[in-house]
Ligand binder design. Structure first.
Ligand SMILES: O=P(O)(O)OC[C@H]1O[C@H](OP(=O)(O)OP(=O)(O)O)[C@H](O)[C@@H]1O
Ligand code: HPA
Ligand SMILES: [Mg+2]
Length: 158
């Protein structure tokens, strides 16, 4: 389990993904976008809208089951995108960089962008927006819902 959590709302994800699009705009145009599913799908859709990209490809990699890390499984390789030349590769985050390493091997020439990055994965990303510490677990809006929390006074000061 992570030591702390960083909760991202839909609104914040939209803003951070748009900030990513602004940065990526400077170095386009791109032939198309390859989204790393599933986490990269929503950031990729927001970036695609901003960059007016209509061609979206996917590569599917499963590395985690909830917070438990396993071996990365490529459940769908990219059908188009060749060696990645001229393509933009988008994921929600890099954590250990395991997923990124697998995908970069398939698409070595793609420009790799994520919204969030942790220190271990950071060297594998070309462009990202926000860094969080390695012991922080990012809670995405599609994994969470609002719920009641007890008042601070009832927590015994912890
Ligand atoms: O840098 P890493 O340590 O590899 O972690 C980052 C990857 O882990 C998550 O995917 P996950 O395996 O949970 O699959 P999902 O995108 O389908 O939820 C996340 O979406 C990244 O793709
Ligand atoms: O911090 C994280 N949050 C959500 N999914 C993840 N997959 C790897 N690291 C994370
Ligand atoms: Mg993923």
């Amino acid at each position: 389990m992570a030591n702390r959590y960083y909760t991202v709302s839909w609104d914040q994800l939209h803003r951070d993904s748009k900030a990513l699009a602004w940065r990526l705009m400077e170095r386009g145009p791109y032939r198309g976008i390859v989204a790393i599913t599933r986490g990269g799908l929503i950031p990729a859709a927001i970036v695609a809208r901003e960059l007016e990209a209509r061609l979206i490809e996917t590569v599917s990699v499963v590395t985690y089951h909830e917070e438990e890390m396993g071996r990365p499984q490529v459940t769908k390789p990219p059908a188009a995108a060749g060696d990645g030349e001229g393509w933009l590769l988008v994921d929600d985050l890099v954590d250990t960089g395991t997923t990124a390493r697998v995908v970069r091997e398939m698409l070595p020439k793609a420009h790799f962008a994520t919204v969030y990055a942790k220190p271990k994965g950071r060297p594998l990303v070309d462009t990202f927006i926000t860094e969080v510490s390695q012991d922080t677990w990012i809670l995405f809006p599609w994994d969470t819902e609002a719920q009641f929390v007890a008042p601070i006074a009832r927590s015994g000061g912890k």
